[in-house]
Design a protein around this ligand. Structure first.
Ligand SMILES: Nc1nc2c(c(=O)[nH]1)N[C@H]1C(S)=C(S)[C@@H](COP(=O)(O)O)O[C@H]1N2
Ligand SMILES: [Mo]
Length: 561
């Protein structure tokens, strides 16, 4: 009886092999499509490449709460994760297309067509995309059809030989004629009844090495072409980036420098008071940072103003520049999270430009728009109330890094980044909150979002081990605009004790603190809470980041022994 089971298994086995080859052919064809598309995207723009285009559509359409999820799970690597996920989905799809192609070629062509349609639709609907953005997906898909056809023919040839060959050698059914899985199955093949074996003896176990080699070679070449064109495309795209233009930039000296840092600004063990540019957290929706050439950059200030203004890069650099320390914070920052950073920004006060544009009295919202179409809405009052809201060009003594908004971004003390800190800014439109919702608002985040008073323990880390005796507990606290008045630490259920506050230069930056803890053996929980200069103490009640910033007390567990 094993024979009855055995024969179909062999038959199935052959199908599996053909399907596997066809599936791999599909994946290879898709890889060539994506790789070559990257090359073409060197000319048509990085966001016109199918993976980035589709990824961008996904970013813009994730359900409310998912962005938060992405940030939480993947941290600032959520972009890489998204692209990898999109590539994996495409590979699965391409595998299915390859398998389908064996039965119905037209179905495979339709499948590749669908890939083209999705890629083209995504690419041409990206902000500011022209019709040329359709090219990478179109050419890639066209190529995929040929590559798949070619690989399938080779796979089919290998298969045909496998089926045909036993007719010649199958004279001794059930007798092992060569190496192969069904032979290894031993009793199954040996027990095969004659009519089964006569129809199709261990045919599929026979693999013509020559045609298989040819197929594998072609598969390898396709994979190589995909990799080389993909990486070359990326490399060339990088070469065309604005990095060179950025190197040419000479920033003007500030009319007013930032206040000198007092010696006691840094608490030992806390995060550096100034976040180096390369470590500064990055959050944005851009899968490829907009490449904005300063020589053609313009900022339009328009909408509900009496006097619309357009300024160029040259004109901007001639305006009075000031330098300020400001701590940026992301609304997605969890309690204890690291989506916060402090830098010395160089920029021109936006208030003066707005005054020149002369907003209408009821224009209560300033809509900032970036080169990639992203928008944020800032209360007009916040940009005109005298705080150091800057149209910034410099970060820690350098031109803005491309990831942080080169050539120009906004920096507004006291407001979360998503309602104030537009990178790659090209447009400022005076509007009303009742008339326009910026990017994150329909996605479930508040129209207005001042930064909440918060604090974090940087040392010891959660789960750290320490010896009994004096243990330095240190961290940062922030309440931009208001400033930090007090930080307190609690050990287990003990009393709240005041920490020592480090010096600071402004209420607009975080403030470091430290506390010498006399640690006793055992497991302990440390908590921190801050009070701002308005007298408000950070609430203990936990809230998630959405819709307007997380709350709760940060705590760490320390094992002393
Ligand atoms: N153009 C653009 N600007 C943007 C964003 C964006 O997605 N696109 N994200 C904002 C958010 S949510 C934050 S927290 C800050 C982060 O600035 P950084 O990346 O320089 O730290 O940028 C803001 N500016
Ligand atoms: Mo953010």
């Amino acid at each position: 009886m094993t024979a009855v089971v055995g024969a179909p298994i062999e038959e199935h086995d052959g199908d599996v092999k053909l399907s596997l080859r066809a599936g791999l052919a599909g994946v290879a064809a898709a890889a060539v499509a994506v790789g070559v598309a990257e090359m073409i995207a060197v000319l048509t723009g990085p966001l016109s490449a199918p993976l980035l285009a589709v990824g961008g559509v996904v970013v813009d359409n994730v359900p409310p709460g998912m962005k938060d999820f992405g940030v939480r799970v993947f941290g600032v690597h959520d972009k890489t994760a998204l692209i990898t996920g999109t590539a994996i989905l495409l590979a699965i799809y391409a595998y299915a297309v390859g398998v389908a192609a064996v039965r119905r070629w037209n179905l495979a062509v339709a499948g590749i067509g669908l890939f083209a349609v999705v890629g083209v639709a995504a690419a041409v609907t990206r902000h500011d995309a022209g019709v040329l953005a359709a090219l990478p997906s179109l050419i890639g898909a066209g190529l995929a059809v040929f590559v798949l056809r070619y690989l399938l023919d080779l796979a089919g040839a290998a298969q045909a030989v496998e089926v045909a060959e036993p007719a010649l050698v199958g004279a001794a059914p059930g007798v092992t004629t060569g190496a192969g899985p069904s032979v290894a199955d031993g009793p199954v093949a040996d027990d095969a009844p004659t009519e089964q074996a006569g129809a199709r003896p261990d045919a599929y176990s026979y693999v013509d090495p020559e045609s298989r080699r040819r197929f594998l070679k072609a598969l390898g070449i396709a994979g190589g072409v995909a990799l080389v064109s993909g990486f070359a495309g990326r490399w060339l795209t990088g070469r065309r980036a604005v990095t060179a233009a950025r190197k040419e930039v000479v920033l003007p000296p500030p009319r007013q420098t930032a206040p000198p840092l007092p010696a006691g600004v840094q608490a030992p063990g806390a995060t550096p008071y100034i976040s180096p540019n390369r470590d500064f957290y990055r959050i944005d929706t851009a899968l490829y940072p907009p490449q904005v050439d300063p020589t053609t950059w313009e900022l339009k200030i328009h909408g509900m103003v009496r006097n619309p203004i357009t300024i160029t890069w040259e004109q901007l650099l001639q305006r009075p520049m000031i330098e300020r320390y400001v701590t940026l914070t992301c609304v997605s920052n969890e309690v204890g999270g690291d989506l916060i950073g402090n830098a010395r920004w160089l920029g021109t006060p936006i208030k003066e430009l707005l005054d020149e544009a002369d907003p209408l009295p009821d224009a209560d919202q300033v809509v900032q728009r970036s080169a990639d179409g992203w928008t944020c809405g800032t209360p007009t009052a916040a940009l005109r109330d005298g705080r150091d809201a800057l149209l910034a060009v410099g970060m820690n003594g350098e031109p803005l890094p491309v990831d942080h908004g080169f050539p120009v971004r906004m920096v507004v003390p006291g407001l979360y980044g998503y309602v104030s800190a537009c990178k790659w800014i090209t447009e400022i439109e005076l509007s009303r909150f009742s008339d326009f919702d910026a990017y994150w608002v329909p996605r479930g985040w508040s129209q207005q979002a001042p930064i909440k008073t918060e604090s974090r323990i940087d040392t010891p880390r959660d789960g750290a081990a320490r010896s009994p005796g004096t243990v330095t507990v240190a961290g940062v606290a922030w309440a931009q605009r208001r400033g930090i008045a007090k930080v307190e630490v609690q050990v287990d259920a003990g009393p709240w004790v005041s920490a020592t506050l480090a010096d600071t230069v402004s209420p607009d930056t975080w403030r470091q603190w430290s506390y010498p803890w006399e640690a006793t053996a055992g497991q302990h929980i440390l908590r921190v809470r801050a009070t701002d200069t308005s007298g408000q103490t950070q609430t203990s009640s936990p809230a998630p980041p959405a819709p307007d910033g997380a709350t709760g007390w940060h705590s760490v567990q320390v094992n002393v022994g």
